[in-house]
Design a protein around this ligand. Structure first.
Ligand SMILES: Nc1ncnc2c1ncn2[C@@H]1O[C@H](COP(=O)(O)OP(=O)(O)O)[C@@H](O)[C@H]1O
Ligand SMILES: [Mg+2]
Length: 436
């Protein structure tokens, strides 16, 4: 604008002045509209920028939220891992700590001095940890000992040997009285002596007699002694503990007696209980001059057994069933009244018995109508239940070999011969049979 003022000569006349005024006004107006335009552009631009920034802001905020969530997740993850690490560390520490010796307290001298017997045998006078209260320190309690100082680290709960738990039958056996052929008298007798006192003790109280404490089954091998005990277990709801005599014979001195004691303790705790000691001659053989320390250990176990049996009440709900093939070598002390009061002989089956055993074992077999089991029973004089079962199975094998639809009499006869030949070959120079 100044240019125009400078370029144009000074207005001389009012017309010139007016023209100048007009041009100047026009120019100013043009510049003003220019500025207006610029301003509008600028505004649009600014709005656009603001819009962009706003959406960017939203985006960033969203990202922030995401990142924060991630952070939280990672933090919890971290806490979890830390916990895991701590656990693993303590676990590995535990694994690295030396084993503790198991011992039994035998005497408490005073609150801090205790005599223990370590599991290895020797006895030690040791200190006890101050964390253990003095009342709990009692003879007979099991404890753990530090390896170096043998100080008592902690007391263990009184527990039974795992072997004892193994003797308890959780699932009752499948055998029932109907699986036993013959032996009706014996079944009755054992039911009366074992089942009845457990099921209806009031009968005995009314009459005033003491039911038998224990029942001893004896007889030749394979005649169904174990089977009978299993059937009793099946038919009564009592706990059933089964132990084979030889399991009670242990390597270390006193262990067998301890097992017997724990067996009886557990039986009492879980009563009503039936304890079945199979092959009782392994621990119950008569006490002759004991020469080896092994013999003496077996005797100690027997004495514990006798003491344990004396410890039960006749009217109590723990019953003992023993089984043996060798009643002749059993210690008389076991057989006196008050221990095994009822002695049941399970003889070799007679012809009638053999027939019913054959019937039991052929129940599940497919047998031809013409088969005469009575004849089979007649021809198997001297055979026991186990033999008869084997005969039934062998007859089945013959039928399979001949590809027959059912077992015939011929198969049975062949089986009898086979069993006789097989067994006689194996038994030719064996005098008596001790175990079955
Ligand atoms: N009286 C019987 N009735 C049915 N089966 C029997 C009889 N006696 C023996 N057995 C058969 O013989 C097997 C062995 O008998 P078991 O009871 O173990 O004899 P043990 O008297 O030597 O303990 C039994 O599992 C059963 O199959
Ligand atoms: Mg047996």
């Amino acid at each position: 604008m100044g240019d125009i003022l400078h370029q144009s000569p000074d207005p001389q006349t009012p017309e010139e002045l007016y023209r100048l005024y007009r041009t100047l006004t026009e120019q100013l107006r043009g510049q003003l509209s220019q500025i207006e335009n610029d301003k509008h552009d600028l505004e649009v631009q600014m709005l656009e920028r603001v819009g962009n920034l706003e959406s960017r802001n939203l985006e960033l905020r969203e990202q922030l939220r995401q990142v924060e969530a991630d952070k939280r997740y990672i933090e919890t993850q971290k806490i979890r891992y830390e916990r895991e690490v701590r656990k693993l560390k303590s676990e590995s520490e535990q694994l690295r700590s030396p084993p503790l010796i198991i011992g039994t307290i035998t005497d408490v001298v005073d609150a801090s001095r205790v005599i223990v017997r370590s599991s290895a045998g020797p006895r030690f006078m040791v200190r006890s940890s101050p964390t253990i209260s003095a009342e709990e320190l009692k003879p007979g309690v099991r404890c753990t000992l530090n390896q170096q100082s043998l100080a008592i680290v902690e007391l263990l709960p009184t527990s039974f040997d795992s072997q004892i738990y193994g003797m308890e039958l959780v699932d009752s056996p499948q055998e029932t009285y109907s699986d036993i052929g013959g032996l009706e008298v014996q079944i009755n007798e054992i039911r009366e002596a074992v089942e009845l006192p457990l099921k209806s003790p009031e009968l005995f109280i009314r009459i005033g007699v003491d039911p038998p404490k224990g029942v001893l089954l004896h007889g030749p091998p394979g005649t169904g002694k174990t089977l009978l005990a299993k059937a009793v277990a099946h038919e009564t709801n009592a706990h059933f503990m089964r132990v084979v005599g030889s399991e009670l014979v242990q390597k270390y001195i006193g262990e067998g007696a301890r097992l017997v004691r724990e067996l009886f303790d557990l039986a009492k705790k879980k009563s009503p209980t039936i304890i079945f000691i199979d092959e009782i001659d392994a621990v119950g053989a008569s006490r002759t001059e004991a020469n080896t320390s092994g013999d003496r250990e077996v005797q100690r176990t027997l004495m514990q057994l006798l003491a344990g049996m004396d410890g039960f009440e006749n009217r109590g709900d723990v019953k003992i069933i023993g089984a043996t093939n060798r009643i002749d070598i059993l210690d008389r002390a076991l057989l006196r009244p008050g221990r095994f009061d009822r002695i049941i002989e399970i003889p070799l089956p007679d012809e009638k018995g053999r027939l019913s055993i054959l019937k039991v074992h052929s129940r599940s077999l497919t047998i031809d109508e013409d088969v005469d089991l009575g004849e089979v029973a007649k021809q198997t004089e001297g055979k026991n239940g186990a033999d008869l079962r084997a005969i039934c199975m062998e007859a089945g094998m013959f039928a399979i070999r001949k590809d027959r639809p059912a077992i015939t009499q011929e198969d049975f006869l062949a089986a009898i011969t086979k069993i006789r030949v097989d067994f006689h070959r194996g038994l030719e120079d064996v005098e008596g049979v001790m175990f079955a």
